[in-house]
Design a protein. Sequence first.
Length: 179
Amino acid sequence: MELFASTIPDNFLKVFPRGILPDPDGGYSWHPKLPTGRWPELKDFDPAIASLANLLRSVQERHLAQAGGMIVIGFSQGAALGCAFTLAFPAQVRALAILSGFVPEIPSATRSQPILYEKPVFVAHGIEDRLVPLGLAERGILSLTQLGAKVDQCQATIGHKVSADCLRALRAWLANLPS
């Protein structure tokens, strides 16, 4: 995520948490390793949501940041965690940006509630992404729209990355968010 720091305006407080679980394939993860072909559901992110909530509460206290003013930006698995966090704490999140990520499966009872009514969401995804297929991202956009989110999107002919055009679109989206 620090790679995207230059896209985020200087007057934003930036927090770059690391996954909470060691990944058997290297690095860290926000959810336990799942069988091949199974995508994480919301419940798979529960420990990570709790960890992130504690971290952000501490950051808000330390920096006297206002609750509800948070803009969550995540890449790949971090984007999925950002979605899960936003669904768990919609009042704390002002806007959400999903970069080359996915929306975890949302329980049917939640899908019928407009819990993200008019919440700004930005989605950037590569058409050639083989790690998180475009179809999965498109299903996520549909889910977020059904929950009431106002989704802006940018697609590019790229793999599991964010294109320069989509980074410019993200920067413009951030600049135009309502206060």
